[in-house]
Design a protein around this ligand. Structure first.
Ligand SMILES: [Zn+2]
Length: 450
């Protein structure tokens, strides 16, 4: 794969831990106070969806790993997306290698600005974003403080039922439905934390709900904590192209009937079921021998060809965030984590700053008639680049660029893919056709770096 000069020139951070692994975890609520931060515009669908109440709390949940020179902290946060500008503010308050991944909650506040009262008005309340930064940093620091000697267990689960939780609205129909889970406990077996990675849009409640909720992610974490104890941390995966519980016929095996659309009942079922599959697998998982971990990060510049994003940046929709570089590119981080025993990778994690199409996670990119770049090289699939028995992919990690689309499937110009009458949904929420190659190219380098 061709790499870019910008990427090679970027900083490479690495920290390796040796000796005893330590793990801690902590959570803080980040629920917007509707009186203080109102009107709270809800993110993810149309403009001007004002929150009218709170159904359940939103959280920043963090797990910290220590034992080496520098702790590594992973936080999952119940909001639509956190731009790199805000991530850097959180990082400035935490002495660690810190990964902040928004869970892409479509039933929470607009932290990106795109869903305000009108297309011309930002939906960001700067005071709420500042609160989110403070609280996430606080959770990360508390997780570091809570670190104690730990052992971990790892599990992966993939069942046909999981595919039924995801509706893919664009061809090719590819899901990345595998649940990856890590459980940390003391030598005596006392629970510390569970980290779960799975891929689906937290938008079960749909576009008409006006109650703030963590959607299925909230139920997932609550059920994990109920069954396993400790603090649960969820991080979303390759949710692009587009992986949604909306339209997915999810059957409740207790009744045999399909759960009604856009209900808390359906969100609860999905979240609890994913949690239970993860906890059952973890209960029988052996202890994984891990004697070190490393974190690597680089930045890439991606041409921002999306006219809507350019206009939004100029119009102040992102409220001072996501300002393009002079050459029209946007700078974004790409990261990589590896837990290993000696030279043997045990768990690898790709940190992707947006919503990766699942065919770029597990393979299956297709060439269709009508594509704008029919000869574009096919980018390698992230999980196929890794060698460890457990491979996670964190979506929206440390930034949110929107969809990351295989260039061979990019299609803004007629004729449309597969003879479609109108363009498929996706490109309108992507920075541009080169995002996938730049990001995955950078990740390739981080994986093989010495
Ligand atoms: Zn999305």
């Amino acid at each position: 794969m061709r790499t870019t000069a910008a990427m090679v020139a970027a900083t490479l951070l690495a920290s390796t831990a040796a000796g005893e692994l330590r793990v801690g975890a902590a959570a803080r609520t980040v629920t917007p106070d509707l009186a203080k931060y109102g009107p709270v515009y809800m993110a993810g669908f149309d403009h001007n969806r004002r929150a009218t109440g709170v159904h359940d709390d939103l959280y920043a949940r963090c797990i910290a790993f220590g034992g080496g020179a520098r702790p590594l902290v992973i936080c999952g946060v119940d909001v639509i997306g956190i731009f790199r500008d805000d991530v850097e503010k959180i990082r400035a308050q935490v002495d660690a290698d810190l990964v902040v991944a928004a869970l892409h909650d479509h039933e929470g506040p607009d932290t990106m600005g795109m869903w305000g009262a009108s297309p011309a008005a930002t939906g960001i309340n700067p005071a709420y974003n500042a609160y989110l930064v403070e609280r996430t940093a606080e959770a990360a620091r508390a997780a570091i403080q809570a670190m104690r000697p730990a052992r971990v267990r790892l599990a992966a689960v993939k069942t046909p039922e999981l595919d039924t939780f995801i509706d893919d609205t664009r061809p090719p129909v590819v899901h990345d439905p595998e649940i990856l889970a890590l459980r940390a406990e003391t030598a005596g077996g006392e629970p510390i934390a569970t980290l779960v990675n799975w891929a689906n849009h937290p938008e079960t409640l749909g576009s008409r709900n006006t109650l703030i909720t963590a959607d299925y992610s909230g139920y997932l974490c609550r059920e994990l904590e109920r069954t396993l104890g400790g603090t649960a941390v969820f991080v979303n995966g390759a949710v692009g192209g587009m992986q949604s519980p909306l339209g997915a016929a999810v059957k409740d095996p207790r009744t045999g009937s399909v759960l009604p659309e856009r209900t808390f009942e359906k969100a609860e079922f999905i979240g609890s079921r994913v949690a239970r599959l993860a906890s059952d697998a973890l209960k029988s998982a052996p202890v994984a021998a891990i004697d070190g971990y490393l974190f690597r990060e680089t930045t890439v510049r991606i041409p921002m060809t999306n006219a809507g994003f350019q206009m939004a940046a100029k119009a102040g929709i992102f409220a001072g965030r996501k300002l393009p570089n002079d050459d029209g590119t946007t700078t974004t981080p790409v990261g990589y984590i590896r837990f290993a025993r000696g030279r043997e990778p045990v768990l690898e994690i790709g940190l992707i700053p947006g919503e990766l199409y699942p065919e770029l996670s597990v393979g299956g990119v297709e060439r269709y008639s009508g594509a704008d770049f029919p000869g574009a090289p096919i980018e390698p699939a992230v999980k196929q680049l890794m060698a460890a028995p457990y491979r996670m992919l964190f979506g929206l990690a440390d930034d949110e660029l929107g969809y990351i689309i295989p260039k061979a499937e990019w299609d803004e110009k007629a004729p449309y893919l597969n003879g479609a009458a109108k363009p498929w949904y996706g490109e309108v929420n992507s920075v541009g056709p080169d995002a996938a190659a730049r990001i995955i190219g950078a990740l390739c380098e981080l994986i093989v770096a010495k």
